[in-house]
Design a protein around this ligand. Structure first.
Ligand code: HEM
Length: 149
């Protein structure tokens, strides 16, 4: 049987590298660096990000067990006005970070990663106000075939 996307990527170390590379790309982006440069930035951000993406893509449920819920994450990202341009840049950073982090170049794998992030950005930016986020949403799972429903 084919390994899931988490395993195919290279497991936990690969997601750590991906989170580090993605964050570096965001900081280097002239627009995206603003939201990530505030003084009270969470020092555990990269750990949380790596755990979240790992869980979505088929890894262990570390994010949901230790760090938070999908609804809380969506609330955290809501109420910031129209972030369409930032969202596009976020996807570009993610795609570039997969290279920076040395993830497998397999085209189907890369397409699955990109498709996930296009979907995720759309989802994250679709709640204008915190009160619009439904409670009790579980962390999505994304497979080679897209969103697991
Ligand atoms: C326009 C796009 C986005 C912007 C500007 C943005 C910005 C941010 C900021 C400023 C933080 C807080 C960092 C800190 O605490 O220091 C954060 C946290 C986070 N973001 Fe985003 N984000 C975006 C999209 C996304 C997407 C699409 C995902 C997932 C696919 C995501 C996943 C996370 C996670 C997992 C955290 C950490 C939450 C925690 O501390 O548990 N973000 N984001």
């Amino acid at each position: 049987m084919r390994p899931n996307l988490y395993e195919f990527a290279g497991g936990e170390p690969a997601f750590r590298r991906l989170a580090v590379a993605h964050h570096a790309r965001c900081l280097a982006d002239p627009e995206l660096n603003h939201p990530f440069s505030h003084a009270d930035a969470n020092p555990e951000h990269l750990e949380h990000l790596a755990a979240y993406w790992a869980e979505v893509l088929g890894g262990p449920p570390v994010y949901s067990q230790r760090y938070g819920t999908e609804s809380a994450l969506l609330v955290m990202h809501s109420g910031n006005g129209d972030l369409t341009d930032l969202g596009r840049r976020f996807v570009d950073c993610f795609v570039a970070a997969a290279d920076d982090a040395g993830l497998p170049g397999d085209l189907e794998f890369r397409r699955a990663l990109r498709d996930y992030m296009v979907w995720a950005v759309d989802e994250f930016l679709s709640y204008p106000e915190p009160g619009d986020v439904p409670g009790g949403k579980s962390i999505p799972r994304w497979s080679w075939d897209g969103l697991v429903r």
